[in-house]
Design a protein. Structure first.
Length: 350
């Protein structure tokens, strides 16, 4: 009998790659996604990438819809839930805080309420390193001060605390909150990656577009930080390593009741200029850039302390910055080919 894992937001960037990892591990993802920041394209590719004969079970809808969640749990015997669904832009959250609290906090409350009704008590929560705000030092351990600087970060912390309270009150609950640092890259096949509506917020998709245009210049925000090359340093972790981290966390839940929190990162930092150089080598194109002013709120450097995740679950990131860049570029080439085909189809129709 298949072991079903409900994946909320499973058509999104990290969710879709996690579905691939679940299938490859012999598990069966069941996806709910409202497609507000994703599309059905990823769902069509998950089974192909994972070499599965079965399409992914998909329910289009919102986790705030309790009746829909009840129907999903009644239809599929769910073993555990991996919860990605939510809004994820720091800047957008500052401009629209109510929407972020409604989607991220109320959505999570709706989900765990439905899980409680269905008798499902295993949950992996997609949290974020933004809960640390401006860390005092690096590497950043899970015990570091929690000082989120945006409604997005606050919403993640609120949900972590909600889940902790739930596990404390009811011993049946087994919860792991995974604090991602900077997920990036794409599946090595080039068939699955990050698709964004409008301008991307993260650096690697920005690099992909700049390299594809071969004329676009990007702005590096700050060149005078107290770092070796003056640019910000971040912990970039391959999206498939993040996906595999969820598998490790799921196995951990089977043996560990209560609530746990883990960092997901590589455990070392890469500067913006180092990343530009690595991406240029991956696509054999110089990434044109200028140094602009610092952005308000950007920390000079932070990266994860990943020892707790390694020691507890055995997981460690295996892929390199070069892998992130080459896989992301392969995905960008897939997107470029699709755009050409779409343009030709439009021209023919006209």
């Amino acid at each position: 009998m298949s072991i079903n894992i409900l994946v909320t937001g499973g058509a999104g960037f990290i969710g879709s790659h996690t579905c691939v990892a679940l299938i490859e591990a012999g598990l069966t993802p069941v996806v709910i996604d409202n497609l507000c920041n994703a599309d059905a394209y990823a769902l069509a590719r998950i089974a192909q990438v994972a070499d599965s004969r079965q399409p992914v079970a998909f329910w289009r809808g919102d986790v705030r819809d309790g009746a829909l969640l009840d129907k999903i749990f009644a239809t599929h015997p769910v073993h555990a839930v991996v919860h990605f669904a939510g809004l994820k832009s720091v800047g957008e959250s500052v401009a629209h805080p109510i929407g972020y609290y409604d989607c991220n906090v109320q959505g999570s409350l709706s989900l765990v309420s439905a899980m409680q009704r269905a008798g499902v008590h295993r949950l992996i929560f997609s949290s974020s390193a933004t809960v640390y705000g401006q860390p005092d030092r690096s590497p950043v351990a899970e015990t570091a001060a929690l000082r989120p600087c945006s409604p997005y970060g606050q919403s993640k912390l609120f949900v972590e605390r909600l889940l902790g309270d739930l596990a404390h009150a009811d011993a049946r609950w087994r919860v792991a909150s995974l604090r991602y640092f900077n997920p990036a890259g794409a599946h090595a096949s080039g068939l699955l990656g990050e698709r964004t509506a409008g301008a991307p917020n993260n650096l690697v998709p920005v690099l992909c577009r700049a390299a594809a245009s071969r004329s676009e210049s990007l702005t590096v925000h700050g060149g005078d930080y107290p770092t070796p090359d003056g640019t910000c340093i971040r912990d970039y972790v391959h999206v498939m390593d993040v996906a595999e981290g969820h598998l490790a966390a799921l196995r951990h839940l089977d043996a560990s009741p209560g609530a746990s929190t883990f960092n997901l990162g590589v455990g070392r930092g890469t500067s913006v200029l180092e990343l530009l150089g690595a991406f240029g080598r991956a696509c054999d194109t110089e990434i044109r850039h200028t140094i602009g002013p610092r952005r308000v709120g950007d920390a000079a450097a932070y990266w994860a302390d990943v020892e707790l995740m390694r020691r507890t679950t055995g997981w460690t990131a295996r892929r390199t910055i070069a892998d992130i860049c080459s896989d992301a570029w392969r995905w960008q080439q897939t997107l470029s080919r699709q755009a050409v085909v779409a343009a030709r189809s439009t021209a023919t129709a006209l």
